[in-house]
Ligand binder design. Structure first.
Ligand code: DQA
Length: 147
């Protein structure tokens, strides 16, 4: 059973990108922490960050073939825009947890609406890089109960 971590546009810049909003932890470190948590719990793990909607769509589609049981996704700006990514998650019907480093509801109006949250198992926002670890904890517990 596999857990897949997906990160959307501009998150490759984490660490240097608006550190007052997104913190100083880089994406490589976040991915390593999540990979270690998955490995410790006995799950396979893959991570992808892309600035391209296409690459994220194709990775979600591929989840049907690689035993992915749960997706942790920070869609970044696509949160507010991408009907296509939302539809892909609905199409593969793999449960997912939505993560945001910041709390989008405490920011500009255009960030208040997510196209993903009503389909997600749950949403973790506002805890910075640690939010990914909280999501992984939730993912691992859920998969253990399911298996
Ligand atoms: C974000 C919030 C989004 O509004 C923004 O476009 C991002 C990052 C977050 O993690 O806080 O790129 O998803």
């Amino acid at each position: 059973a596999r857990i897949v971590l997906l990160n959307g546009p501009n998150l490759n810049l984490l660490g240097t990108r608006e550190p007052g909003v997104y913190g100083r932890t880089g994406l490589a470190e976040i991915e390593q922490r999540c990979a270690a948590m998955a490995a410790d719990a006995g799950f396979e793990f893959s991570a992808l960050q892309s600035n391209s909607e296409l690459a994220l769509l194709e990775r979600i589609h591929a989840c049907r073939q690689d035993d992915t049981r749960l997706i942790v996704i920070n869609p970044a700006a696509f949160t507010h825009q991408s009907v296509a990514l939302r539809d892909a998650l609905a199409a593969v019907a793999i449960p997912f947890i939505e993560v945001h480093l910041s709390n989008p509801k405490a920011r500009e109006m255009f960030r208040h609406h997510s196209l993903f949250s009503d389909l997600a198992i749950g949403v973790i926002s506002g805890f910075g890089a640690e939010g990914y670890e909280f999501a992984m904890t939730a993912a691992i517990r859920r998969l253990r109960v399911a298996s």
